[in-house]
Design a protein around this ligand. Sequence first.
Ligand code: BJ8
Length: 431
Amino acid sequence: MSENYNSMWENLGLDLSAHDALLEALGKSYRDIYLAQKHRPQGMGYFDFVMSEVHGLRIKELIDEKAAGRKVIGSFCVFVPEEIVRSAGATLVGLCTGADFATDEAENFLPRNTCSLIKSAFGFKLGKVCPYIESADMIVGENTCDGKKKSYEVLNDLVPNLYVMDLPQMKSDEGRALLKAEYLRFKEAVEKLTGITIDAARLKKGIEIVNNKRKAIYRLLSLRKVDPAPISGLDALLANQVFFYDDPTRFTLSVNKICDELEQRIEKKQGVFPENTPRILISGCPMAVPNWKLPWIIETSGAVIVGEESCVGERGTRNLTHDSASTVDELMEAIVDRYFKVDCAIFTPNPDRLNHIEEMVETYKADGIIHYGLQFCQPYLMESMPVEKALEAKNIPTLRIDTDYSTEDMGQLKTRVEAFVELIKLKHVPT
Ligand code: BJ8
């Protein structure tokens, strides 16, 4: 970190020594996992900088925005529409955390058999180490899985500004009507928080900013269709993770710049791994920063990750919002249309997700799939079985993994992934 931010963190109420320990651990794993990679695109230097300042400069920017009268809204889910937040001149930041912290304290509030993602969010709050949650003027929870839904009842006693959004569980007309009603209610809450009335011009602008950000990340993800892949799965995941934190306009510019470089690499057939490296698609639970365990295992086991069917990946970023309408109601309809396509496993039934996985296997020419489920995540673990069955029926090798944020199972996971990569080599890769 280039500056001393101690007084800023202190003012936010962080526990400085716990926070120092967290940053040290984060810095070490970033060096060991990211900076140790070979043949990285030069443009990734931008993300190295962003990560080195993720609790520093970015938080300072948010505090400066707040001083200028703008609001910061934190969210745990890709169903929270950033378009609405932006159109009120506010900033949306992701609050999901991808590392164990203060787990014992979190388990005083949550049952042990809660997924790591939820426990982590509580641990970061209770351990006083998350400057994002402390900077947020509003924290949005959403009724998705049972774990999150019930945990917000508990979180409500720990934060002063929780807003809970209801979400449908079925892709029916009634489900869509509920989503629309909830987005209208959210729009009103954002207007109240910011004191800004969202008119059509503002909404169009908000949609444009977010669409541009989605187009840029989608452009980057699409460039991984070729062999050899011009960027590692770890680096692509990082871009997907930073998507939730960075200033959207700067993010769009930086990602497009990396894409220009990747296009040149593709022309020169310059990959991060040699041609014919087994190509893996990851599918399942979202991987929030700094959850890099499984991708690191895969890419140090002789394979390259070419796509993420995940909310921190294509499930969260594909599909743009149509912006051709001219009234607030029509634009809100367009926002509802876009988000109603998100095929999270909380929906029942959820055939769109399986279709999308199969489509991604084809598009990214994946040789196999690793289904990633967090322990105790009922929606994704339940779906992992039919997903595996359907893919195996199509002769697509599939490995189901359930894990958590600990490092205890790394040896065992590495053995399983290596065996899977060997199997793929025998089955799919031309010799
Ligand atoms: S739209 S995937 S971001 S809910 S891992 S907390 S599901 S028990 S994160 Fe998600 Fe929104 Fe869906 Fe995407 Fe529950 Fe599972 Fe834990 Fe999860």
